[in-house]
Design a protein around this ligand. Structure first.
Ligand code: NAD
Length: 377
């Protein structure tokens, strides 16, 4: 298969969807790998590294027009909409439940759009979201601690305190992968951490692995209100897979927060879980509402592209190989987890939560791809 790797053109996005090591694996499987020129520069992979492993370095037009499977990191942005076309399989983060224009552009183009973030195993893990969630979670605590500094608009509080001075309070809403990773970094900084979760099983697990070092509390609107009011830093880390994030912190709740407190809304890529959140970029990461600093960078891992590119491609490569080796239809028939990643196919919305979010018709994937059991040869 001709597998293309497009350069990311979204603001402050420096990741690339395939490393030279990944390109070499695909070349060894007999695939033709096209990499857009300078696509890897931001992650410290120059064109020569790809050429050395047998990939071809080509222009943006060539990579979009000639590829059968196109790998990206972020969703196509408006200048790329005109490049979407029938016959192309696009494999990337999409997050289209929060993006109606892109949903329509994908459906209108006839492209097959497979979203990293909705690839989901039978035991409900999200293997292609997990590595970025680990990174975003760790960065959330780091960024929050930084923006608590007075000259940056914060309260002027050191999260860890010092001997004789109490540490700051961090409230994490959602104890999944982002939540757990932000909690361990906040703990490492010496903060006092509370995680609000609504899954008791998840809280039992967190209790075991964190050995009681954090407070684990059932999430309810009253509890959110109380915990947010006493926090110096609030990290939003909830997820309802494929759907828009619920707005758990309303604007009136900000009035009860400490002046100069910081909100890091990691769930912003799903619309955000604070009523007052709107997406920001690494160049302008924060803004203030009612005396509370909001950090809402939609592509946090993009700020640490060397780590993120390696972590992402470690996770995506087996799925890329499956699509390239077998074609999308057979790859999906072999692996239902990949099937759950297909959001748009043949002009139809094949992911229920996305269709629901935009009031569009939902077509189950099985109606479009007859998923006959594969006979091993
Ligand atoms: N901004 C970024 O750069 C970036 C990067 C990675 C992930 N994310 C986003 O971060 C969010 C979290 O991702 P994740 O991988 O940790 O997901 P996850 O599924 O591992 O965890 C989400 C957790 O939220 C909990 N939850 C759901 N509703 C809740 C509620 N009302 N109150 C409390 N908890 C609730 C779930 O039980 C689950 O444990 C997602 O929206 C994801 O897209 C953003």
């Amino acid at each position: 298969m001709r597998v293309g790797v497009a350069r990311e053109i979204k603001t402050d996005e420096y990741r690339v969807a395939l490393t030279p090591a990944g390109a070499r694996e695909l070349v060894q499987h007999g695939h033709d790998v096209l990499v857009e020129t300078t696509a890897g520069d931001g992650s410290s992979f120059p064109d020569a590294d790809y050429e050395r492993v047998g990939a071809r370095v080509v222009s943006a037009d060539d990579v979009w027009e000639q590829s059968e499977l196109l790998l990206k990191v972020k969703e196509p942005v408006e200048p790329e909409y005109g490049r979407l076309r029938e016959g192309l399989v696009l494999f990337t983060y999409l997050h289209i439940a929060a993006d109606e224009p892109l949903t329509r552009a994908l459906a209108d183009s006839g492209i097959a759009a497979v979203a990293y973030e909705t690839v989901e195993t039978d035991d409900r893990r999200l293997p292609l979201l997990a590595p970025m969630s680990e990174i975003a979670g760790r960065l959330a605590a780091q960024a929050g601690a930084y923006f608590l500094e007075k000259p940056l608009g914060g309260r002027g509080l050191l999260l860890g305190g010092v001997p004789g001075v109490a540490p700051g309070h961090v409230t994490v809403i959602g104890g999944g992968i982002v939540g757990y990773n932000s909690a361990i970094i906040a703990l490492g900084l010496g903060a006092q951490v509370t995680i609000l979760e609504r899954s008791i099983d998840r809280m039992r697990h967190l209790d075991e692995i964190l050995s009681g070092r954090v407070s684990l509390v059932m999430s309810s609107s009253l509890q959110v209100e109380e915990s947010v009011a006493e926090a110096d830093l609030v990290i939003g880390a909830v997820l309802i897979p494929g759907a828009r994030a619920p707005k758990l912190v309303t604007r009136p709740m900000l009035a009860d927060m400490k002046r100069g407190a910081v909100i890091v809304d990691v769930a912003i890529d799903q619309g955000g879980c604070f009523e007052t959140s709107r997406p920001t970029t690494h160049t302008n990461p924060v803004y203030e509402v009612d005396g509370v600093t909001h950090y809402c960078v939609a592509n946090m891992p993009g700020g640490v592209p060397i780590t993120s590119t390696l972590a992402l491609t470690n996770a995506t490569l087996p799925y890329v190989e499956a699509i390239a080796d077998h074609g999308l239809e057979q790859a999906v028939a072999r692996d239902p987890a990949l099937g759950r990643g297909v959001n748009v196919l043949d002009g139809k919305i094949t992911y229920e939560a996305v269709a629901e979010a935009h009031g569009l018709e939902y077509t189950p994937l099985d109606d479009l791809l007859p998923l006959a059991p594969v006979r091993e040869v």
